[in-house]
Structures are given as C-alpha cells and as structure tokens.
Design a protein around this ligand. Structure first.
Ligand code: MLT
Length: 411
C-alpha cells in the first residue's frame, strides 16, 4: 500500500471555511425558513464589470476562430497583461518592475502555497496569529513543523501575535527567521501597516537574509492616503520580498481565478553550499514545469480591468463593498461593540460581546440572528474572543444583518 504524507495528519482541524459551511448547512437543514445572511468567507457577490465581461466574451469568441485561436500561452502569463499591470498598478506607486519579474497565475491561494516549493525545509518560518490559514496549513503539509500544541500552534513555527496591544502590527521576531509571511491590508483583522512599519520588516529581512512573503490581495481596498499598496514602495524590498496579488476581491474573480506573483530579479537565496542563487530563476523553473498558465480568456478579462472603462466599473464595485464595510463598522460601534478594520479593508474584526468565545459567538449569531461570520479563533489562538465579518455581501443583506445584530446586542 502506498504511504501517505503523514504531515497532513498533524493538521488540527479541517480547513476553516468548509467547517463553517458544514455548520451553516446543518443549521439551514434544521431551519429551512431562516433567512440566513452570509458574511463569513470573503466571497464576492456583485457581478463582473461589464467591460471585463465583454473582454471575456470576446476572448471566448477568439477561441471559436482559427485565426485568433489561442492554445498554450506562456507559463508566466501573457506579456501584454504583465505590461499593463506594471504600467497601471505599480508605476503610479513609483515601483518599476520588468515583465520577467511578474508571474500571472490562477489565484493567490495556490501561489501562497506553491511558493514553498522553492525553499528548503530547514528554513525557519514566521507566521502571524491570527492568520489566513493557508500560510500555516501549507507549512504543516510540506512537513516543516512538528505537532500542534494545545493552543493550536505548530512546533517549529515562529508565531507573531497580531493584537490590540500592538495595534495589529506584530513585533519583529526575537530569533532569526528565514521566511516571514506578512499580509496587509490584513486578513483577518482588516488592519494596515504604514510605510514606516513595513520599513522595519524590510530592514530586519535584509539584516537577517530573510525573505518576506507579502500578501497584498486586498491592496485595492485601501482608502487612506499614504498607506502602502505594495511592499516595493519600501526602499530595499526588492532585495528581500516576494509579493502576491489577486484579482479575486479586486475585480470579483473568486470564481474566475487569476492572481500574480512578483519575484524581483535581484532577490537571492542560498544553496546548501552557501552560493547565492536567483529566486526568480527558481520560481520561473517551477512555474514552467508545474503550470501551463492561467487561461487565455481569463487573462483577457483581467487585462480589461485596467482599461479606463473597466477600472471605473471595478472601482465602483470596490466602493460599494467599502460602503458595506462602513455600514458594518458604524453599526457595530453604535451597538457598543469594539471593532477594527473596515476602513482600508473589506474585513471588520470585532471583539465578541459579553466575553463570548469566538465559536460561541458564531453559534449565537447563527442561531439567534441568522447571520454567518468567521470565528477569530479559526485564524489562530490569538484570534480567540474576536470575530470577522466580511463586507462582500449584498448591501440590503449587510444592512439587515447589522440591524439584527443591533437588535440583539445594542444597548
Ligand atoms: C477569506 O475569507 O479569508 C478568503 O476569502 C479566503 C481566500 O481568499 O481564500
């Protein structure tokens, strides 16, 4: 019989969102008439922008034509898409990139997981707590950790608490680490880091020969001027950071699937012999072998996001979600519930009322208000006592959910 990868057995719980789905499924089965409002997983609800849809349709029509048919594309993505992203999304930030430094993919979740392929197992990894579960779980899966302790922390990982006390920007690790996951605007807390705060991380990474894995999936939701959209806005970051971006939340591509990874050419790692080696070359090699590129119509649809018309439409949807975030934030505050985020991010991180545990609040909110959110402890033990609400719902539903919460918990 084939041996399995035993590391999977170390994983404490099922992946968070299917677990929530299971509980909600049980509730709706038992309560078929309940009008359940889902503000749990950060899944978008509004349709694709018309300009994006048109590009998508046109690209499908290309596939019906012998002249315009597209077969395998470049594994790294089409140059015309990378050029557009660099021009429209990075240049305005003062960040110069080459197309050879950008890898278009089928989404950030896979990229955040796949990046581990190019790093040795004995790297020490630093991960936030609470955190997007993919960073943690994929390190367990590849075998980089020991067992989990009672709190749910895996042996061998350096955890960086995101707390009210540190304003949800973690302290630098005391020990030397090699790989550091940072996500800003942060999932799940919805909070952001300033340039000065990110500069400390870049300085630490350079001083310790560490690599920052910077997840910028929510950068399009930043509204406060001066908050960095990219790690490369920080001097020195090209020597020490890989950046992940996504069209999922920015342009409603959660089902369409498209993301990107930036691996600067000057970014180096070391071989077992202590020689320096280009991470860009390694990621390119990995991509060419294990990936055949995001599909042609998807990349054409992604390119349309950057047309003037496309961006105006996409931006209007982002504004719609951010208005939902405002409704949730203000509603919670008026009910006397402390909360964070929701200004530069579509997530609101609230302190559970009455000192309830995160899962107790989840159950109460579901049973009594018929509203679904995400328990903070599902993102890590430091998330205990917190709860995440997503602003990606339909406005009417979001307003109704806030009304129900206020009726239940408002003073
Ligand atoms: C979330 O709700 O945290 C995200 O939707 C998950 C993801 O992007 O994979």
């Amino acid at each position: 019989m084939a041996r399995i990868n035993d590391s999977y057995l170390k994983l404490k719980a099922g992946y968070l969102f299917p677990e929530i789905g299971r509980r909600v499924g049980e509730f709706t089965k038992a309560n078929p008439d309940a009008q359940v409002i889902r503000l749990g997983i950060g899944d978008v609800t509004q349709p694709l922008a018309p300009a994006v849809l048109k590009a998508f349709h046109d690209a499908i029509d290309d596939l019906a034509s012998t002249d315009r048919f597209a077969g395998y594309g470049p594994e790294q993505g089409y140059g015309w898409l990378s050029e557009l992203i660099i021009e429209k999304s990075y240049k305005p930030l003062g960040v110069e990139l080459k197309t050879s430094e950008m890898f278009i993919s089928d989404g950030s979740k896979c990229d955040c997981a796949n990046i581990l392929d190019i790093f040795a197992m004995d790297n020490v990894v630093a991960i936030g707590d609470p955190v997007y579960p993919v960073y943690n779980d994929t390190n367990v899966m590849v075998g980089r950790t020991g067992e989990a302790d009672d709190k749910g922390h895996y042996q061998g990982i350096v955890y960086m608490p995101f707390t009210e006390a540190n304003n949800f920007v973690p302290e630098l690790p005391q020990e030397k680490v090699d790989l550091i996951y940072l996500c800003f605007p942060n999932n799940p807390t919805g909070t952001v880091a300033t340039k000065d705060e990110l500069k400390k991380w870049v300085d630490y990474a350079i001083a310790n020969d560490a690599i920052i894995l910077f997840d910028a999936a929510y950068e399009a939701f930043i509204t406060t001027p001066g908050i960095p959209h990219s790690i490369y806005e920080i001097e020195g970051a090209k020597q020490c950071a890989i950046e992940f971006r996504s069209f999922s939340k920015t342009a409603g591509f959660t089902g369409v699937r498209c993301g990107l990874v930036v691996v600067p050419e000057e970014l180096m790692g070391t071989t077992a012999d202590g020689e320096t080696y280009s991470l860009n070359k390694l990621w390119n090699r990995r991509t060419s072998t294990k990936f055949n590129g995001a599909s042609y119509p998807v990349q054409r649809a992604a390119a349309a996001v950057y047309s003037d018309e496309g961006w105006a439409q996409v931006k209007a949807t982002i504004d719609y979600y951010m208005d939902n975030a405002r409704i949730i934030r203000e509603g919670l505050q008026s009910a006397g519930i402390s909360c964070y985020g929701g200004v530069d991010s579509p997530y609101i991180w609230l302190k559970t009322p009455e000192g309830l545990s995160s899962w107790d609040f989840f159950d109460k909110l579901l049973q009594e208000c018929h509203v679904v959110g995400t328990p903070g402890s599902g993102f890590g033990p430091a998330g205990e006592g917190f709860f995440r609400l997503s602003a990606f719902g339909d406005k009417e539903n979001v307003t109704e959910a806030v009304k129900r919460i206020k009726e239940k918990w408002g003073k």
